[in-house]
Design a protein around this ligand. Structure first.
Ligand code: SAH
Length: 249
C-alpha cells in the first residue's frame, strides 16, 4: 500500500488536510480517487490507514508496526564529493539510521549549497516511506568536524571513529561488547581524517574502529557501518550451548 509522510500539523479531528503537492501526487501521479486508501505516517512513530475524501484524508484506524532498529544510531559523515551524500542518505535511511550529521572536515573537498539540505531531507522522507519505517531520520545542518565531536557525544552513548589502515578493533566487536541503546559513528572523507582530527575525536571520547581490511570509499563506509549496526541489532541471539555452524539459520 502507498505510504505518504505528512506533517503532524496537518492532523485535525480525525482528518488530514492534504497539501496541494500531496493531492497532486496522490491524485495525478498515483491516480488515486475519493475513497481510495493509503498509509499516512507522521515520520515520528505514528501511522494511520486513511481514505481520500476531496482534499483531505479521513483516518480509518491507527496502524501499529515496528520496523525500527533497537539501537538509535547517529552517523556523523564527512561530506563526500559530488552528489555522493544523496546515496548515503538514501541507503542509510533504508538501513535504519536515526540521524545523519553532515560534517565539513579538513579534507572535505566541496561545501554544500544551501538547497542541498532540503534535497537530503526529501530523499530521507522518500526512503523512509519506501522502506516502511515509522521514523524519518533527521538530517541536521552541516557542522564543522571540530564542533561536531564536541557537541554530539552524550552520556551513555558510545562514539566510534572509523579509521582506515589502523589496527583498531572492528566496529562489530565493539558493538558486541556493549549494550547501549544509542551510539554515534563517524566516517571520513575521500582523503581520510587528518591526524589532528583523529586526536581531536579521541580526546572528545570517540573510539577508533576498523570497518575491515579493505579501504572503503567515503560513500561505502557509512553504508557498511550502518549495515553492521542493523545486523547486530536484529540478529537472533545465539542459544547458549548450541554451536552455530553457519548453515542452520
Ligand atoms: N584515502 C584514505 C581512505 C579514506 S576512506 C586512505 O587511503 O587511507 C574514507 C573514510 O571511510 C575513512 O576516513 C574512514 O572513515 C572510512 N573507512 C574506509 N575504509 C575503512 C576501513 N577499512 N576501516 C575503517 N574506516 C574505513
Amino acid at each position: 500500500m502507498q505510504r505518504l509522510v505528512i506533517n503532524s500539523t496537518q492532523l485535525e479531528n480525525n482528518q488530514i488536510a492534504l497539501t496541494n503537492e500531496q493531492l497532486h501526487y496522490l491524485k495525478r501521479v498515483l491516480r488515486l480517487g475519493d475513497g481510495d486508501r493509503f498509509l499516512a505516517m507522521d515520520g515520528e512513530g505514528k501511522s494511520w490507514l486513511v481514505a481520500i475524501a476531496a482534499d483531505s484524508a479521513i483516518i480509518l484506524e491507527e496502524v501499529l508496526a515496528q520496523t525500527e532498529l533497537s539501537v538509535n544510531c547517529t552517523l556523523l559523515v564527512a561530506l563526500p564529493k559530488g552528489n555522493g551524500f544523496d546515496e548515503i542518505v538514501r541507503c542509510c535511511t533504508e538501513l535504519g539510521v536515526s540521524k545523519i550529521i553532515p560534517v565539513n572536515s579538513d579534507r572535505t573537498l566541496l561545501k554544500p549549497s544551501p538547497n542541498k539540505l532540503a534535497r537530503w531531507r526529501r530523499i530521507a522522507t522518500e526512503a523512509a516511506e519506501q522502506s516502511e519505517r515509522q521514523f524519518v531520520p533527521k538530517i541536521s545542518e552541516p557542522l564543522d568536524f571540530a564542533t561536531a565531536v564536541k557537541v554530539v557525544p552524550e552520556e551513555n552513548t558510545p562514539c566510534y571513529l572509523s579509521v582506515a589502515r589502523s589496527s583498531s578493533p572492528h566496529l562489530l566487536d565493539c558493538l558486541l561488547d556493549q549494550k547501549a541503546t544509542k551510539i554515534v559513528i563517524a566516517t571520513g572523507p575521500e582523503g581520510g581524517w587528518t591526524p589532528t582530527e583523529v586526536e581531536l575525536a579521541r580526546s572528545a571520547g570517540f573510539q577508533p574502529v576498523s570497518l575491515g581490511r579493505r579501504i572503503l570509499r567515503a560513500i561505502t563506509a557509512p553504508i557498511f557501518a550502518l549495515s553492521v549496526v542493523a545486523a547486530q541489532s536484529e540478529r537472533k541471539p545465539l542459544t547458549k550451548g548450541k554451536i552455530y555452524d553457519g548453515r542452520s539459520c
